[in-house]
Ligand binder design. Structure first.
Ligand code: FBP
Length: 552
């Protein structure tokens, strides 16, 4: 017998909350369609590429009527991309919703992400499987993967596999890229008149799949609470021992939402925001000088300790490094055959240095050797550098140390600098979902079942009004084409769902900016502590600062 923790046992009994329209596991709803929609930008180009799904109306569920039906449907689901807390609850909500429509409906899970859908690896869910995964973290119920589902050949295989099982609707749980592909697939299904619906669910701890209609991606809430707990613990250790500066890199491939939220929750002394660095066109030297300025000020107050938060994607937002990475991506793709034959890392660095432009040569040669090596490591399946493997925190520690030595020599700094580096990412991606994520995910899945039963295709499951209690949440669907714009990828303009970066004029950043000077020099830490699953609602059901500020 598999042993499970006491928390997991108790947590299995938690009944996630649903929007009032679905309360008491009801499916007594009617679908209401709004006005036709437009894409967020590049309307003409997007319309041309999605003749069947462009302009669909946003839809919402209202009380009254029923989706109960004698018709039996079979639905397939995949988890795509990086893990995010709550994925199992999306599947549980989807399963329960489908069974509420008709107890004979079936849900199939495709294994290992989009790859499972193409290679026809699947399992059928039943009560025992679903019950053992309710309110648990992780994606292990069916696994996930990063295979890109985008070519007509792959789409044809998906159609054949769905037909073999009798599946007439697919739910793709993923981030912006996976939902972009869900949109392409929905269009293809209509164009080929396959009768297979495609729906998406917004997933990613990075928090960058959000817009006016999708208020948050699931997993962000739990992940930032885990990181904030750890940062709070480290801050308290720093304030107790008073001897270390902690440089903490936080996950979030590109956007800095995670770092910003953790700063708001913990009042760390420094938090770099990549989007601000890009907007100000800051150089590496300026970033290091700004960190050193705070260290010097705190040293003057005899505080030779502190906490620095660094977003994972930072280096790609520093203009000179961004240009260097773009050049390296091209160079390594172009010279792959020769480059692959070079064995030692020193020789590879020399090879690269010999091929770079003057500006990039200058940027690259000034980096510590360990970072030079990391920048020319294996690319991800999209040909990009894998930022989560680059130890930016160590790079900053080294460069700040050098800067402080220079200041000490010049007589402008007399403190002690001893630093520890950390990277928090994987620690938060599979945590047991917070009440918010447990409820939100279950609602997203249940709502997706209602959309499937209503015959919708080309929609993302949307649950809104999230800063209010779950009973006030609104359920419906947003056309995937509505979130699209055209972007350059691999030298070609393609339609993609627009990624949400930190908005510098938005309330979360503005709130941080209004306080950061004080948090920098004073020791004003907040210690959020671990996620609470049982207890007072103001503790257990609190939403993130980001969501509360954005919706206030
Ligand atoms: P998704 O966008 O697929 O949700 O993944 C997010 C993420 O956790 C990033 O924060 C991180 O950069 C990346 O995945 C790490 O990828 P991997 O799991 O392949 O190491």
């Amino acid at each position: 017998m598999v042993e499970i923790s006491c928390l997991q046992k108790a947590r299995a009994a938690y009944q996630p909350k649903l929007p009032a329209v679905f309360a008491n596991n009801g499916i007594s709803v009617t679908l209401k369609a709004g006005a036709p929609t437009q894409s967020v930008a590049d309307q003409d180009e997007v319309k041309l590429l999605f003749p069947n799904t462009y302009g669909l109306p946003a839809v919402s569920f209202e009380a009254g009527g029923t989706l109960k039906s004698d018709k039996v449907i079979k639905v397939g689901v995949i988890l795509s991309g990086g893990q995010a807390p709550g994925g199992h609850n999306v599947i549980a909500g989807l399963y329960d919703g489908l069974k509420a429509v008709n107890a004979k409906n079936d849900l199939y899970g495709f294994l290992g992400g989009p790859g499972g859908l193409i290679d026809h690896k699947h399992k059928i869910f039943h009560d025992a499987i679903i019950n053992s995964y309710r309110n648990t973290g992780g994606f292990d119920i069916i696994g996930s993967g990063r295979t890109k589902l985008e070519t007509p050949e792959q789409f044809d295989k998906v159609v054949a596999n769905c037909r073999q099982l009798g599946i007439t609707a697919l739910v793709i749980i993923g981030g912006d890229d996976s939902n972009t592909n869900a949109c392409l697939l929905a269009e293809y299904m209509l164009q080929k008149q396959t009768g297979i619906q495609v729906l998406g669910c917004p997933k990613t701890i990075d928090g960058d799949l959000k817009n006016e209609w999708i208020e948050a991606s699931f997993g962000f809430d739990t992940a930032v609470k885990v990181y904030s707990e750890l940062i709070g613990n480290i801050a308290r250790d720093a304030n107790s021992a008073k001897k270390y500066w902690h440089f903490i890199k936080l996950m979030g491939r590109s956007a800095s939402h995670i770092a910003l939220e953790c700063a708001l929750q913990t009042h760390a002394n420094i938090c770099l925001i990549s989007e601000e660095i890009a907007a100000k066109k800051s150089t590496p030297r300026e970033i290091v000088a700004a960190i050193a300025d705070v260290i010097v000020k705190r040293a003057e107050k005899k505080c030779n300790f502190g906490v620095v938060l660094i977003p994972e994607g930072l280096i790609e937002f520093v203009p000179v490094i961004k240009a260097l990475i773009a050049e390296l991506n091209d160079l390594l793709a172009r010279e792959e055959a020769v480059y692959e034959k070079i064995e030692s890392i020193d020789a590879r660095i020399e090879f690269v240095l010999g091929k770079l432009s003057e500006e990039s040569h200058a940027s690259y040669s000034h980096l510590p050797k360990s970072i030079q090596a990391q920048l020319i490591m294996d690319r991800d399946p999209h040909g990009n550098v894998q930022v989560s493997l680059i130890e930016t925190e160590k790079m900053l520690i080294e460069t700040v140390k050098t800067e402080l030595k220079a200041r000490a020599k010049a007589g402008t700094y007399s403190g002690k600098f001893s630093a520890q580096g950390h990277f928090f990412g994987y620690e938060g991606r599979c945590a047991a979902p917070s009440n918010f994520d447990a409820d939100y995910c279950y609602s997203l899945g249940y709502n997706a079942a209602a959309l499937a039963a209503s015959g919708c295709t080309g929609y993302m499951s949307s649950v809104r009004n999230l800063s209010e209690p779950a009973t006030s949440w609104l359920a419906g669907g947003i056309p995937l084409t509505m979130m699209m714009n055209m972007e350059r990828r691999h030298g070609k303009m393609v339609p993609v769902i627009r990624k949400a970066l930190v908005e510098l004029d938005g309330k979360p950043f503005q709130t941080f900016a209004a306080h950061r000077d004080r948090w920098a020099v004073e020791t004003d830490y907040v210690y959020p502590g671990p996620i609470q699953y049982f207890g007072p609602s103001e503790v257990c059901d609190a939403v993130t600062c980001t969501l509360a500020l954005e919706r206030s």
